[in-house]
Ligand binder design. Structure first.
Ligand code: ADP
Ligand code: MG
Length: 356
């Protein structure tokens, strides 16, 4: 079935689902758009605060109905609380259940997120190479691309095709260079832009995180979107995040943007594991000479000002950009190169910041 037809067919079938307060799901104002990708069907049901439990059966029924129509696609239906639908349904000012607390993700010992104040500072590049560097320390490592608005892990790791989906609906992540990797980018057709609504994005994140067979991982590295948006909040609220690494460039060392991100992370009581200065100095490709083009020591001072550890600096080198574009990270193509050694030093610093 063509994708628009499939979305319409699913929506029509949702008329069979009764919702609390009367009416059916197809006509409910809190039903999101139904997003169809080659491998997934996703939609969310936004409910008024406190109504999550009451809507549970409707969600399950919607999931079952969508699965009948969706063929081999994975169906992701989520309830998103806290944002009442535009036409508010019944709201209860009493008896609101305690929001579900943070829960561990099966098989994953630690979650480390990589964040930044703004985009383009090399956060994803750092996340991937840091993951590989942690692996080089003997750890089992996975990468979750939580930048749903600009997923770049598939390109950085050269992931091809879509993740397999098991019969029970659980994703089998990509496995490449020894890393397990999941990204929404692998499920989109090339250059397809997805306009997420807040609740949709957070539910997609939840499913990428929790409905993936990660096996046993010592560390899951999460590549966050830049800034302080709903994805960050959702991750910090639902999962035990062992800490965040902040990536910044020297130009950004006024750190105005990063400061905002850091403040938010502190508000969620998530540990700040340290600052990585990316594109810190320049290594001339012909002579290998190092140039501290922005002076030196700025990042250490900035980290100290922010009361967080300085984890290390990554040079600005052509090979990092070229390798990233080609899906061949420096840690794989030149594990003993200067860039790789920089990432490995950062990984060791990072491990020291983690409680045993
Ligand atoms: N240390 C580096 N040296 C050279 N190029 C880099 C370096 N770090 C990142 N880049 C390049 O900068 C661009 C942005 O990096 P990316 O990791 O996608 O940033 P972000 O995730 O913060 O948006 C990419 O083209 C990447 O290859
Ligand atoms: Mg990125």
């Amino acid at each position: 079935m063509a994708e628009p037809d499939l979305a319409a067919a699913i929506k029509a079938a949702l008329a069979a689902v009764e919702i609390p307060g009367g009416g059916d799901l197809a006509g409910y104002a809190g039903l999101s758009d139904i997003i169809i990708t080659p491998s997934a069907v996703a939609f969310a049901i936004a409910v008024a605060p406190g109504m999550e439990a009451a809507f549970g059966p409707a969600r399950e029924q919607a999931q079952a109905i969508a699965m009948q129509t969706a063929g081999k696609r994975k169906v992701m239906v989520s309830l998103t609380g806290g944002k009442p639908p535009a036409k508010a349904g019944p709201t209860f000012s009493h008896g609101a259940p305690v929001p579900p607390g943070k829960t561990a993700v099966t098989g994953i010992k630690r979650i480390i997120a990589v964040g930044s104040g703004k985009g383009g500072v090399g956060k994803s590049t750092t996340a991937v190479n840091l993951a590989l560097a942690l692996q080089a320390e003997g750890l089992r490592v996975g990468v979750l691309d939580a930048d749903l608005y600009g997923p770049s892990i598939p390109k950085l790791l050269g992931l091809e095709g879509q993740p397999a989906i098991r019969d029970d609906g659980i994703f089998s992540p990509h496995a490449t260079f020894g890393l397990k990797a999941m990204s929404i980018g692998s499920m989109l057709v090339k250059d397809q832009a997805v306009v997420w609504r807040g609740p949709m994005a957070t539910s997609a994140l939840r499913q990428l995180l929790r409905e993936t067979d990660w096996g046993t991982l010592d560390i899951l590295v999460v590549d966050l979107p830049p800034g302080t948006g709903d994805i960050q909040i959702s991750l910090f609220q639902q999962a035990v995040v062992d800490g965040v690494v902040i990536v910044s460039t020297p130009q950004d060392l006024a750190l105005i943007d990063a400061k905002k991100a850091i403040d938010m992370i502190r508000r969620f009581s998530v540990p700040l594991l340290g600052l990585v200065e990316n594109m810190s100095y320049f290594i001339a490709p012909d002579t290998g000479t190092r140039y501290d083009i922005f002076g030196s020591g700025g990042a250490q001072r900035a980290a100290a000002d922010l009361a967080m550890p300085f984890l290390g600096a990554v040079p600005l080198v052509m090979s990092i950009r070229e390798g990233s574009d080609a899906g061949l990270p420096p840690l794989v193509s030149a594990p003993d190169g200067a860039e790789s050694l920089a990432y490995r030093a950062i990984a060791r610093q990072l491990l020291q910041q983690l409680p045993a």
